[in-house]
Design a binder for this molecule. Structure first.
Ligand code: SF4
Length: 467
């Protein structure tokens, strides 16, 4: 008689209070980490994914329940884990937040995976089967030579973008970022052919490269990007995609030309601030070294190849004042930046910023774990050096009003079309702006939700994944 399979339930929790940067299910990306766990789980297990981006949690029987979580969604993960623990079902959690806060997680979940999961998941499953599940597993940073591909058939079919990872790690150490702590300072690259093989298996033609910097730093990684883009072109892989990169994205026009031919339509650049002193304060070395005067050239060079620029900026930096934030908004609105991700400085665990604010007792929303749900980049969670809470919150709201009002968005859209001559780049950047508009005005009932508003008659354009 066949032995009954054990059941692993994977849960992707969603912050129930606010969606934060994740605004619309159509622009979020499948949980790759959970897909990788599914691949690593042996065949004598049945694996199911419950994805709160698409379905509200409903209790389902399972032998083992595993979560991934960001800081903003970890409160929700703990809440669901509690339901299972009360019924005696073992729970496991991994991801960037608990890797930085394992001692917190271990009180609320049976097992914590610290770091990248690949090196420990098979052992964890074996231990569970032997009734010997440990409370902590320490993942190692493995080479990307034999990267595990996610089991994509688990992902909800309504994800409009496929996501894929081609590198891990970052040699930079920006003060507000925990990527280098979680994935390490070494920039690890997957072999190009392996990436191309996986790209050929994707059912989507819109793709997000989740790498923190697809182009990397230095000649070797530039060469590898060239090989990747040539491979996409040579194999006839028909995709349109966007990615994140650093301000060095435009250093080599051959890279840009090939990226564009290979389907690149938008790039997210971490610009953060237009002030050198602030960039130095946050240890954003590359931007500080390049200097703001070179940015216009970077944007125009990227546009020349039909690629839109999504600029990420931070408000509420320690030296910010009402005037400096207004100057940032003027800069953004006047520069050739197509889409804007404006966020509030947020001290995430594992960052230098968090450690400093803890030491200086600056964090005001610190009733953990409940308060993690406010760490979604849209709320001031700390005491600012210069502005009181009301002033900084109001000033940021008024800046966002100037960034995301309908007239500005329309102007940006027209300018993007002119500069990139790419309808897809125009629509993607316009759609991104609508998403950020909806984020920043999420709780303002006086404003319409623009993803449903047809400013340009675009909502009938099927190719716009954002609307
Ligand atoms: S913000 Fe970007 S460049 Fe800076 S450490 Fe994080 S991943 Fe690296």
């Amino acid at each position: 008689m066949l032995k009954k399979k054990r059941k692993l339930l994977l849960i992707n929790p969603l912050n129930s209070g606010t969606k934060g940067l994740i605004i619309h299910k159509k622009v979020i990306y499948p949980p790759l980490g959970l897909g990788i766990i599914a691949t690593l789980t042996p065949d004598n297990w049945e694996v199911e994914l419950m994805d709160e981006n698409f379905e509200e949690f409903q209790y389902k029987e399972a032998d083992l329940v595993a979560f991934t979580a960001l800081t903003s969604s970890v409160t929700r993960a703990y809440e669901i884990a509690d339901i299972y623990r009360k019924k005696g079902t073992k729970t496991v959690i991994g991801g960037i937040h608990v890797s930085m806060m394992p001692d917190e997680a271990i009180k609320l979940v049976d097992t914590v995976v610290i770091g990248e999961v690949e090196s420990v998941w098979p052992t964890l499953i074996e231990d569970f089967e032997n009734g010997n599940l440990k409370s902590k597993y320490m993942g190692m940073l493995l080479s990307m030579e034999n990267a595990i591909r996610p089991k994509r058939d688990l992902f909800h079919k309504d994800y409009n973008f496929a996501s894929i990872q081609t590198t891990r790690g970052c040699p930079m150490s920006c003060d507000f970022c925990s990527v280098h702590t979680f994935n390490g300072n070494c920039y690890r690259l997957r072999p190009v052919d392996d990436v191309l093989d996986e790209l050929e298996t994707l059912e989507h033609n819109m793709v997000y490269f989740v790498d923190d910097n697809l182009i990397g730093y230095g000649k070797k990684s530039q060469q590898r990007a060239i090989e990747l883009f040539n491979g996409i072109i040579d194999r006839g892989i028909k995709i349109e995609w966007f990615c994140s990169a650093s301000m060095n994205f435009a250093d080599n026009e051959e890279v840009l030309e090939l990226a564009s031919k290979a389907g690149c339509r938008m790039v997210l650049l971490g610009i953060e601030s237009e002030r050198i002193d602030q960039l130095q304060d946050m240890n954003k070395k590359l931007n500080a070294k390049m200097g703001i005067d070179s940015y216009d050239k970077v944007f125009s060079t990227i546009h020349k190849y039909g690629i839109a620029v999504l600029g990420a900026f931070i408000y509420g930096l320690s030296s910010d004042t009402p005037e400096s934030m207004a100057a940032r908004t003027d800069y953004i609105n006047n520069a050739a930046i197509d889409a804007v991700q404006a966020t509030i400085l947020t001290p995430l665990p594992g960052t230098g910023l968090f450690n400093k604010m803890i030491e200086e007792k600056k964090i005001t929303l610190n009733n953990y774990p409940e308060d993690w749900q406010h760490y979604h980049f849209g709320k001031v969670v700390f005491e600012h050096d210069i502005m009181d809470h009301e002033t900084i919150s109001n000033e940021i709201a008024s800046n966002w009003d100037k960034l995301y009002n309908e007239n500005t968005l329309k102007k940006k859209f027209i300018r993007t079309l002119k500069q990139t001559k790419s309808p897809v780049a125009g629509i993607w950047s316009y759609g991104s702006n609508l998403q950020y508009y909806n984020l920043v005005f999420e709780h303002d009932n006086s404003r319409p939700h623009l993803d449903l508003v047809d400013i340009f008659g675009l909502k009938d354009i099927d190719s716009n994944p954002f609307i």
